[in-house]
Design a protein around this ligand. Structure first.
Ligand code: G6P
Length: 366
């Protein structure tokens, strides 16, 4: 009931601000990286796999997509990410030594359960669930599991479940890397330090809310918004667009920024703003030229950058700098402004934020 909303207006808002706690709880008791975080037999399983298949739907699919970038670059394993509802009806060709990772907040999504069943029928017995509900069907169905500690999530649009999934997937990446001899003790220490700093780093990003509200006041009056990102921030752009359409009903689409010139640039005008996720990584230079293309066409840019990125506000280019430079954990931090932007755009439109029309928290039918 309203009593447990405390100072918040909607559960989504409460859950956004619970994220530092949810991440700290998910990391609770983890003092070193080891496959056993995923189950007693995980070392043997991780040691035997030659590839990873991630299965998920909705927001969880975007978390899985982020993990592809992490696992490929850090653990050096080939990764496929599949929308569960598509995978179950495709004749995919996969090795039996594939680690099948199902990512689901509820663990009850019919398409995810169906996809895992199909994978098993294909001979893939090495299954792992990343789930927020320990008693769910998915956790029962999979050989290994990791339970995120987001706590019950009520808002239909996933927030704290999403960021804790990312934490779990990063721990999976490091564990796979370790088993494969791709993680030095020094690197392990450095990643653990960054993980422990996450709750604090997240609180500092959430404190940017007033500037994000100012942007949402402009965006809420638009009918279309493009979200762009590159590399591991492309899934963050996808998640930003999904949140925006789910709760504000503004049409939003996400593109890998390099694809702008292959189509969506035709849509850009003063009426079609572009939100860019642009931390200071090795793709920033490329993104910068994509942004010039938007600017030259009268498109208004809203850029989320890093503390030490060389981007400055200019006519038609607004910039909000996140507080630090976050390395591989950057997608987790950059998700927070996406959530706040969608929340405040929806709030300004007066929608039913926790129960958007036509959507359900957990889709247990096909
Ligand atoms: C529904 C929810 C989404 C969620 C998706 C997958 O569509 O509205 O917020 O991302 O299901 O749910 P899961 O529980 O499998 O993560």
């Amino acid at each position: 009931g309203a009593a447990d909303l405390g100072p918040y207006r909607y559960y989504m808002q409460k859950e956004i601000f619970e994220q530092p706690r949810a991440v700290a709880d998910t990391l609770q008791g983890i003092d070193s990286i080891m496959p056993e975080l995923f189950g007693d037999t995980a070392w043997r399983v991780f040691n035997a796999v030659d590839s990873v298949l991630l299965l998920a739907c909705g927001g969880s699919f975007h978390a899985a997509l982020t993990a592809k970038y992490w696992i490929e670059s850090i653990a050096r394993l080939p990764v496929q990410v599949e929308i569960a509802s598509e995978f179950r009806y495709r004749d995919a060709v996969l090795s039996e030594n594939t680690l099948v990772v199902a990512v689901s907040q509820s663990g009850e999504t019919a398409d995810v359960l169906g996809a895992v069943e199909v994978a098993k029928q294909m001979g893939m017995a090495k299954t792992l669930a990343i789930c927020n509900v320990a008693t769910s069907a998915l956790v029962r169905e999979c050989a290994l599991h990791f339970i995120t500690r987001a706590g019950i999530e009520i808002g239909v649009a996933s927030t704290k479940a999403f960021t804790t999934q990312l934490v779990a997937l990063f721990l999976l990446t490091l564990s796979l890397a370790q088993v494969r001899g791709k993680l030095t003790d020094e690197e392990e220490k450095e990643h653990l330090r960054a993980l422990r700093h996450l709750p604090d780093a997240m609180s500092k990003v959430l404190a940017l809310e007033p500037s994000i509200i100012a942007w949402s006041e402009v965006l809420t009056r638009k009918e279309n918004i493009l979200f762009v990102g590159r590399g591991m921030h492309y899934p963050v752009a996808l998640e930003g667009a999904l949140k925006m359409k789910e709760i504000s009903y503004i049409h939003a689409e996400a593109y890998a920024a390099g694809e702008l010139k292959h189509g969506p640039l035709a849509l850009v005008s003063a009426e079609m703003p572009v939100v860019a996720v642009a931390p200071n990584d090795r793709l920033l230079e490329k993104l910068r030229s994509n942004m010039h293309e938007v600017n030259a066409r009268g498109g208004k840019l809203f850029v989320f950058a890093d503390v030490d990125c060389g981007l400055s506000p200019a006519p038609g280019i607004e910039v909000i700098r996140l507080v630090e430079h976050y390395g591989p954990l950057s997608p987790i931090l950059h998700t927070l402004p996406m959530q706040l932007l969608a929340y405040h755009a929806a709030l300004a439109r007066g929608t039913d934020i926790d129960k958007p029309r036509n959507l359900a928290k957990s889709v247990t039918v096909e």
